[in-house]
Design a protein around this ligand. Structure first.
Ligand code: FES
Ligand code: FES
Length: 155
């Protein structure tokens, strides 16, 4: 059994320690926001936060996660009460197919938690590992810029 702390809640997970976190999130914990894209650490669809840092959950095995704080998109808010990042993506209608969006939001969240006043150049650089096949990059950038303002105004 591995004890996993996800979105502030402790789960006991009965899975091989080499199982990638993404599979555990989606199949065992039914947290389906993080997506399977490439499974190779090359697209970012599966991005979640571990101790505040963005990681590719498709290539992060369970055995590295004991005692760590894991945050998924479900931890940022709910459909009824979206968090600032989710609100900004809705307001900018940043999604086309939406497949890349949870990973984009998590990587942007990590950036704004460490650099609340990030400018567009810093946002572009931070989001570079995450791919969007639909080409909605400009709307994604606008959404993260909007989130920066929302989150900055609360700090
Ligand atoms: S699914 Fe993890 S990086 Fe592509
Ligand atoms: S919105 Fe479709 S992959 Fe980004």
């Amino acid at each position: 059994m591995t004890a996993l702390k996800v979105n502030g809640r402790i789960y006991s997970v009965d899975a091989d320690p080499e199982t990638p976190l993404l599979y555990v999130l989606r199949e065992d914990l039914k947290l389906n926001a993080a997506k399977f894209g490439c499974g190779l650490g090359q697209c970012g669809a599966c991005t979640v936060l571990v101790n505040g840092e963005p990681v590719f959950s498709c290539i992060t095995p369970l055995m590295l996660l004991q005692g760590k704080d894991i945050t998924t998109l479900e931890g940022l808010g709910t459909p009824e009460k979206p968090g600032a990042m989710q609100r900004a993506f809705i307001d900018e209608q940043a999604a086309q197919c939406g497949y890349c969006i949870p990973g984009m939001m998590m990587r942007a969240q990590a950036l704004l938690e460490s650099q609340p006043g990030a400018d567009e150049a810093q946002i572009r650089k931070a989001l570079a590992p995450n791919l969007c096949r639909c080409g909605t990059h400009m709307r994604i950038l606008r959404a993260v810029g909007r989130a920066a303002k929302l989150m900055g105004s609360k700090g």
